[in-house]
Design a protein around this ligand. Structure first.
Ligand SMILES: NC(=O)c1ccc[n+]([C@@H]2O[C@H](COP(=O)([O-])OP(=O)(O)OC[C@H]3O[C@@H](n4cnc5c(N)ncnc54)[C@H](OP(=O)(O)O)[C@@H]3O)[C@@H](O)[C@H]2O)c1
Length: 175
Protein backbone atom coordinates (compact mmCIF):
# COMPACT_ATOMS: atom_id res chain seq x y z
CA UNK A 1 0.00 0.00 0.00
CA UNK A 2 1.14 3.53 -0.72
CA UNK A 3 3.36 5.18 1.97
CA UNK A 4 3.67 2.06 4.09
CA UNK A 5 7.40 2.17 3.41
CA UNK A 6 7.49 5.66 4.98
CA UNK A 7 5.71 4.54 8.13
CA UNK A 8 7.70 1.37 8.76
CA UNK A 9 6.43 -1.15 11.30
CA UNK A 10 3.26 -0.51 13.24
CA UNK A 11 3.50 0.86 16.78
CA UNK A 12 3.04 -1.56 19.66
CA UNK A 13 2.63 -0.92 23.36
CA UNK A 14 4.68 -2.57 26.11
CA UNK A 15 2.49 -5.67 26.18
CA UNK A 16 3.06 -6.13 22.45
CA UNK A 17 -0.57 -5.54 21.41
CA UNK A 18 -1.49 -3.05 18.68
CA UNK A 19 -2.05 0.50 19.94
CA UNK A 20 -5.26 2.13 18.70
CA UNK A 21 -4.42 5.22 16.64
CA UNK A 22 -5.89 8.59 17.60
CA UNK A 23 -9.02 9.33 15.57
CA UNK A 24 -9.62 12.96 14.65
CA UNK A 25 -11.54 15.03 12.17
CA UNK A 26 -10.27 18.21 10.59
CA UNK A 27 -12.54 20.80 8.99
CA UNK A 28 -12.77 24.46 8.07
CA UNK A 29 -16.18 26.02 8.62
CA UNK A 30 -17.73 29.44 8.87
CA UNK A 31 -20.07 30.48 11.65
CA UNK A 32 -23.03 28.98 9.71
CA UNK A 33 -21.10 25.64 9.54
CA UNK A 34 -20.64 26.06 5.78
CA UNK A 35 -17.84 23.87 4.36
CA UNK A 36 -18.31 23.66 0.60
CA UNK A 37 -19.49 25.45 -2.53
CA UNK A 38 -20.02 23.70 -5.89
CA UNK A 39 -17.56 20.95 -5.01
CA UNK A 40 -14.84 23.30 -3.79
CA UNK A 41 -13.95 25.20 -0.63
CA UNK A 42 -15.92 28.48 -0.36
CA UNK A 43 -12.73 30.46 0.50
CA UNK A 44 -9.07 30.64 -0.40
CA UNK A 45 -6.90 30.66 2.72
CA UNK A 46 -3.34 29.42 2.07
CA UNK A 47 -2.51 29.60 5.81
CA UNK A 48 -5.30 27.16 6.57
CA UNK A 49 -4.13 24.78 3.85
CA UNK A 50 -0.61 25.00 5.32
CA UNK A 51 -1.92 24.16 8.78
CA UNK A 52 -3.95 21.26 7.32
CA UNK A 53 -0.78 19.90 5.73
CA UNK A 54 1.27 20.28 8.93
CA UNK A 55 -1.32 18.40 10.98
CA UNK A 56 -2.02 15.58 8.55
CA UNK A 57 1.30 14.83 6.85
CA UNK A 58 2.73 11.40 7.73
CA UNK A 59 -0.71 10.23 8.88
CA UNK A 60 -3.82 8.65 7.39
CA UNK A 61 -6.54 10.76 5.77
CA UNK A 62 -10.05 9.42 5.13
CA UNK A 63 -12.28 11.27 2.67
CA UNK A 64 -15.45 10.97 0.64
CA UNK A 65 -15.29 10.52 -3.13
CA UNK A 66 -16.42 14.09 -3.88
CA UNK A 67 -13.66 15.54 -1.71
CA UNK A 68 -11.19 13.26 -3.50
CA UNK A 69 -12.55 14.54 -6.84
CA UNK A 70 -12.06 18.13 -5.65
CA UNK A 71 -8.44 17.41 -4.66
CA UNK A 72 -7.78 15.83 -8.06
CA UNK A 73 -5.05 13.52 -6.75
CA UNK A 74 -4.04 11.82 -3.49
CA UNK A 75 -2.56 14.05 -0.79
CA UNK A 76 1.21 13.48 -0.86
CA UNK A 77 2.96 12.06 2.22
CA UNK A 78 -0.24 10.70 3.67
CA UNK A 79 -2.00 7.38 3.39
CA UNK A 80 -5.17 8.22 1.44
CA UNK A 81 -8.35 6.27 2.12
CA UNK A 82 -11.28 7.14 -0.15
CA UNK A 83 -14.88 6.13 0.56
CA UNK A 84 -16.91 5.34 -2.53
CA UNK A 85 -19.43 2.87 -3.83
CA UNK A 86 -18.84 3.95 -7.46
CA UNK A 87 -15.08 4.46 -8.00
CA UNK A 88 -13.05 1.66 -9.55
CA UNK A 89 -10.01 0.39 -7.64
CA UNK A 90 -6.92 2.49 -8.21
CA UNK A 91 -3.41 1.81 -6.96
CA UNK A 92 -2.67 5.24 -5.47
CA UNK A 93 -5.39 5.15 -2.77
CA UNK A 94 -7.08 2.62 -0.51
CA UNK A 95 -10.65 2.46 -1.70
CA UNK A 96 -13.31 1.48 0.87
CA UNK A 97 -16.95 0.70 0.20
CA UNK A 98 -18.24 1.27 3.74
CA UNK A 99 -17.32 3.49 6.68
CA UNK A 100 -16.48 0.49 8.89
CA UNK A 101 -14.15 -0.83 6.17
CA UNK A 102 -12.39 2.56 6.11
CA UNK A 103 -12.11 2.54 9.89
CA UNK A 104 -10.65 -0.96 9.92
CA UNK A 105 -8.16 -0.07 7.14
CA UNK A 106 -7.04 3.10 8.92
CA UNK A 107 -6.61 1.25 12.25
CA UNK A 108 -4.53 -1.37 10.45
CA UNK A 109 -2.13 1.32 9.21
CA UNK A 110 -1.63 2.35 12.84
CA UNK A 111 -0.94 6.06 12.23
CA UNK A 112 -3.15 8.90 13.58
CA UNK A 113 -6.31 9.08 11.47
CA UNK A 114 -7.82 12.31 10.14
CA UNK A 115 -11.32 12.30 8.65
CA UNK A 116 -11.09 15.20 6.21
CA UNK A 117 -14.66 15.44 4.86
CA UNK A 118 -17.00 16.09 3.27
CA UNK A 119 -20.28 16.34 5.13
CA UNK A 120 -21.27 12.67 4.93
CA UNK A 121 -17.88 11.55 6.23
CA UNK A 122 -17.91 14.13 9.04
CA UNK A 123 -21.38 12.91 10.10
CA UNK A 124 -20.11 9.35 10.61
CA UNK A 125 -16.75 10.46 12.04
CA UNK A 126 -18.41 12.63 14.68
CA UNK A 127 -19.72 9.47 16.35
CA UNK A 128 -16.24 8.07 16.95
CA UNK A 129 -13.48 10.69 16.87
CA UNK A 130 -11.52 11.67 19.97
CA UNK A 131 -10.51 15.08 18.61
CA UNK A 132 -11.75 17.79 16.25
CA UNK A 133 -9.43 20.27 14.56
CA UNK A 134 -11.66 23.14 13.47
CA UNK A 135 -10.64 26.27 11.56
CA UNK A 136 -13.38 28.82 12.20
CA UNK A 137 -13.39 30.93 9.05
CA UNK A 138 -14.23 34.64 9.41
CA UNK A 139 -16.74 36.44 7.19
CA UNK A 140 -19.90 35.57 5.28
CA UNK A 141 -19.67 32.94 2.56
CA UNK A 142 -22.04 31.22 0.16
CA UNK A 143 -22.22 27.54 -0.55
CA UNK A 144 -24.17 24.30 -0.56
CA UNK A 145 -22.50 21.91 1.91
CA UNK A 146 -22.55 22.17 5.69
CA UNK A 147 -20.81 20.51 8.61
CA UNK A 148 -23.25 18.54 10.81
CA UNK A 149 -24.64 20.12 13.98
CA UNK A 150 -22.39 19.55 16.97
CA UNK A 151 -23.22 19.73 20.66
CA UNK A 152 -20.11 21.54 21.84
CA UNK A 153 -20.98 20.90 25.51
CA UNK A 154 -19.52 17.41 24.92
CA UNK A 155 -16.19 18.86 23.84
CA UNK A 156 -13.52 20.84 25.61
CA UNK A 157 -11.11 23.25 23.96
CA UNK A 158 -7.49 22.10 24.33
CA UNK A 159 -5.78 24.56 21.95
CA UNK A 160 -6.62 27.85 20.23
CA UNK A 161 -4.58 29.85 17.73
CA UNK A 162 -5.45 32.96 15.75
CA UNK A 163 -4.49 33.29 12.10
CA UNK A 164 -5.25 35.90 9.43
CA UNK A 165 -8.86 35.15 8.43
CA UNK A 166 -9.53 32.24 10.79
CA UNK A 167 -9.19 30.86 14.31
CA UNK A 168 -7.93 27.32 14.78
CA UNK A 169 -9.47 25.44 17.72
CA UNK A 170 -8.65 21.89 18.78
CA UNK A 171 -11.38 20.12 20.75
CA UNK A 172 -11.15 16.90 22.74
CA UNK A 173 -14.21 14.81 23.55
CA UNK A 174 -15.11 14.98 27.24
CA UNK A 175 -14.87 11.61 29.01
N1 LIG B 1 -14.30 23.01 4.58
C1 LIG B 1 -13.74 21.82 4.72
O1 LIG B 1 -12.99 21.56 5.67
C2 LIG B 1 -14.05 20.74 3.71
C3 LIG B 1 -13.45 19.48 3.83
C4 LIG B 1 -13.76 18.51 2.88
C5 LIG B 1 -14.64 18.80 1.86
N2 LIG B 1 -15.18 20.04 1.78
C6 LIG B 1 -16.14 20.35 0.72
O2 LIG B 1 -17.28 19.52 0.89
C7 LIG B 1 -17.84 19.26 -0.40
C8 LIG B 1 -17.89 17.76 -0.62
O3 LIG B 1 -18.60 17.16 0.45
P1 LIG B 1 -19.83 16.17 0.23
O4 LIG B 1 -20.43 15.93 1.55
O5 LIG B 1 -20.69 16.71 -0.88
O6 LIG B 1 -19.13 14.87 -0.37
P2 LIG B 1 -18.04 13.84 0.21
O7 LIG B 1 -18.39 13.43 1.61
O8 LIG B 1 -16.67 14.35 -0.03
O9 LIG B 1 -18.26 12.63 -0.78
C9 LIG B 1 -19.53 11.96 -0.79
C10 LIG B 1 -19.30 10.65 -1.48
O10 LIG B 1 -18.40 9.84 -0.71
C11 LIG B 1 -18.81 8.48 -0.77
N3 LIG B 1 -19.20 8.07 0.57
C12 LIG B 1 -19.49 8.86 1.64
N4 LIG B 1 -19.80 8.12 2.72
C13 LIG B 1 -19.71 6.83 2.32
C14 LIG B 1 -19.91 5.58 2.98
N5 LIG B 1 -20.26 5.52 4.28
N6 LIG B 1 -19.74 4.45 2.26
C15 LIG B 1 -19.38 4.49 0.96
N7 LIG B 1 -19.16 5.64 0.28
C16 LIG B 1 -19.35 6.79 0.96
C17 LIG B 1 -19.94 8.42 -1.77
O11 LIG B 1 -19.28 8.30 -3.03
P3 LIG B 1 -19.93 7.57 -4.31
O12 LIG B 1 -20.99 8.51 -4.80
O13 LIG B 1 -18.78 7.44 -5.26
O14 LIG B 1 -20.48 6.25 -3.83
C18 LIG B 1 -20.56 9.81 -1.64
O15 LIG B 1 -21.31 10.22 -2.78
C19 LIG B 1 -16.96 19.97 -1.40
O16 LIG B 1 -17.49 21.25 -1.66
C20 LIG B 1 -15.65 20.09 -0.68
O17 LIG B 1 -14.82 21.13 -1.16
C21 LIG B 1 -14.91 21.00 2.67
Amino acid sequence: MQFLHVFGSQPRNLTGTMRQPVLALIAALDNQRLIGARGELPWHLPEDLKLFRQLTVGNTVVMGRKTFDALGSPLPGRHNIVLSRTLDDRPEVTLCRTFSQALAASRQIGRPVFFIGGASVYRKALEIVDEMHISWIAGDHRGDTWFPEVDFSHWRVVEERDFEGFRYVRYRRKP
